[in-house]
Design a binder for this molecule. Sequence first.
Ligand code: UD1
Length: 371
Amino acid sequence: MPPDIVIVTGTRPNLVKVAPLVSAWNAAGVSPGIIHTGQHYDPSMNDLLIRQLGMPRPDWSLSVGSASHARQTAAVMIGVEEILMEVRPSWIVTVGDVNSTMAATLAAAKLKPRFPIRLAHVEAGLRSGDVRMPEEINRIVTDRLSDLLFTHSREAGANLVDEGVLPERIAFVGNIMIDSLRTHLPAARKLKTAKSLGLITGEFGVLTLHRPSNVDDPELLASRLTEIQEGTPGVPLVWPVHPRASESLRRSPVDWNQYGLLLIDAVGYEEMLSLLSDAAFVLTDSGGLQEEATAMGIPCVTLRATTERPVTVTQGTNTLPAWPPTADGIRKALSQSQAKTRESCQPELWDGNTAARIVRAIHTFGSTRTD
Ligand code: UD1
């Protein structure tokens, strides 16, 4: 019998969200089918995480690779459509806000007249309000077309209601990334990744930048890095570099390793958690790190004009500097985040049991198969 539930993954952050779902379904005696779109494919962005997260190999690999937004979206749609037509599952489950998420949703939604497939989106309702971010477009389209919307915060649910979504389509289940975090933090803490890089616990910062608006233009990236360094004087910063940023760094006239930045290749999931847990603070433009920093009580400055995760600011350790970021703005934001670290509390339902809630909710709706 082909799987009745199909889950889609494609990128590094997708894997962190999909892994707990797969194990919760397995614990309930169900084997969902896994489609891997291949949007991320480098061993450090993919294979290493699959291994560390203890995920089974995907049932289908689309190998779409890197391309323009339209080409990548189209390639995922074609691959997902073929699989769904053959398998005819009751459910397709997508996570997050990457191109693979939106493309799989579009393909599935257009098959509804052919067979009774239901669409579930995990991490629904996040909105930055900035449609120049590709992720914002992906979020809007995915939520608009999905039947069941799993949210990680009350604000996310309120965003959906504001857009006219009926409350019965929304289920507040908590943050799936925290399931992975809780499972892997003990092993990550033993790795001592910072020490192996010659860094002293509590005396360094972690930096990550990969958003097109920060890294695609080498001159703009250089100016961001200058402000960041001047805003954190005397503190070594370790930056595991995303492949998207490597390209701009290669074109930069400055050798940043000479200027107090420790540039290293992209690291695995557990190495990143290890670095975070020993760091004094994190400076980032990643969505996931804002949440992980909140869950771990690490001061976080988000190097973006907006965040779709305001709960990390109101209840967590996150602060956004005035935009565009200056050294002074970064310094002020960091000291606000450090003060929050002492006051912050854990957002509701970020408790490591989100996958179990999702599995239960989908089970309640049941199968659409009649045979
Ligand atoms: C994607 C997501 C972003 C997410 C990020 C997490 C979209 C629109 N963006 O951004 O929301 O925060 O993943 O990492 O879906 N590359 C490699 N090896 C890889 C993957 C990418 O070298 O394994 C390089 C390629 O040059 C590629 C570039 O990175 O063109 C960008 O990759 P892409 O998947 O298009 O977007 P990300 O920037 O990774």
